[in-house]
Design a protein around this ligand. Structure first.
Ligand code: NAI
Length: 339
């Protein structure tokens, strides 16, 4: 039997092997929620993080007091929505993760969250543009296909938009795609890294299985693609009204933040899938697109093209692009009409 201390040390070593070389403040907005709490916990275990600022409209100081007892070096502070709370949480931050907002209930699509989450993200983006205009902004709140354009429009309106620093977090789609193929092929999921492109909802999620050398066919391929596209629904249904993916999402968000920190601290070839302001399909009117992106000290270093796809995957891409432009325009329109 391992002691709790040994298990904890192992989690730290395995998850975040490299040592910290630079101090980094990371802020979580929505830190007391289903995603926010485990995400904050994982960030506390990351030695690259020197300060952790936790903000929520409720309970953030409590979460900070709890996490702050963990024996890693970073300082943790919780902030309430006082007149200065949000500004202080954001000031000096290198990475701002935003999981604030409502999650889905059974039967809802991510787009059904738009009415509530659009204004939450818009308001938090305004604060980030004012108090952390140079930070990397990581949008987790759904619908990501719309909340990323909303954030971009807010930053543009304040004259501080840097497309290299705004990311929609789609890591969970790749985590799921890798896990699900390993279940079919009986491989180690840690060794799988399936490219997933497009957006982050239903038909806009396009796994490119062929690029990893897998050739599923017929119904098995259809079922695999559907499971990746609607994997989130499995969790929503299983939680039966109590929310959507939180723990796997926290892991995915922490992985993305860790990749950004590694890249900022000089590591090369750090590549993550993410939904960014992208040139790939601009000629088709799609301004934001998720593909593999090489990260660097300035955020986006290089956006990888989609690469070779099969006819089947091309059909998925065509359907994705159609939905995606509507989702993106909805976000842009929202900020224009509700500045
Ligand atoms: P939750 O309801 O458990 O937590 C949301 C937290 O946000 C709450 O603590 C709430 O107090 C806080 N909040 C609400 N308005 C706020 C504001 N104006 N400022 C600061 N905090 C505020 O929800 P959960 O499960 O954590 O999900 C959060 C979001 O993440 C949802 O929109 C969900 O759809 C999305 N999500 C995204 C995924 C992705 O892959 N990108 C995966 C799973 C969920």
């Amino acid at each position: 039997m391992f002691s709790a201390r040994q298990i904890f040390a192992q989690v730290q070593r395995r998850g975040f092997a490299a040592s910290a070389r630079q101090s980094s403040k990371v802020t979580v907005l929505g830190a007391a929620g289903g995603i926010g709490q485990p995400l904050s916990l994982l960030l506390k275990l990351n030695p690259r993080v020197s300060q952790l600022a936790l903000y929520d409209i409720r309970l953030a100081p409590g979460v900070a007091a709890d996490i702050g007892h963990i024996n890693t070096k970073s300082e943790v502070r919780g902030y309430d929505p006082t007149p200065t709370g949000l500004a202080e949480a954001l000031k000096g931050s290198e990475i701002v993760l935003i999981p604030a907002g409502v999650p889905r209930k059974p039967g809802m699509t991510r787009d059904d969250l738009f009415n509530t989450n659009a204004s939450i993200v818009r308001d938090l983006a305004k604060a980030a543009a004012d108090h952390a205009p140079e930070a990397n902004i990581l949008i987790i709140s759904n619908p990501v296909n719309s909340t990323v354009p909303i954030t971009a429009e807010v930053f543009k309106s304040k004259g501080v938009y840097n497309p290299k620093r705004l990311f929609g977090v789609t890591t969970l789609d790749v985590v799921r795609a890798s896990r699900f193929i390993s279940q079919i092929k009986n491989t180690d999921p840690a060794n799988e890294n399936i490219t997933v492109v497009g957006g982050h909802s239903g038909a806009t999620i396009v796994p490119l299985l062929s690029q990893a050398g897998f050739n599923l066919e017929g119904e098995q391929l259809d079922q695999y693609v559907k499971r990746v596209q609607f994997g989130g629904d499995e969790v929503v249904q299983a939680k039966d009204g109590a929310g959507s993916a939180t723990l796997s999402m926290a892991m995915a968000g922490a992985r993305f933040a860790e990749s950004l920190l590694k890249a900022a601290q000089g590591q090369k070839n750090v590549i993550e899938p993410t939904f960014v302001d992208s040139p790939l399909y601009k000629d088709q009117g799609v301004e934001y697109f998720a593909s593999n992106v090489e990260l660097g000290p300035n955020g986006v270093e290089k956006i990888h093209p989609v690469g070779k796809v099969t006819d089947y995957e091309q059909k998925l891409l065509d359907a994705c692009l159609k939905d995606l432009s509507g989702n993106i325009n909805k976000g842009i329109k929202f900020v224009k009409e509700n500045p």
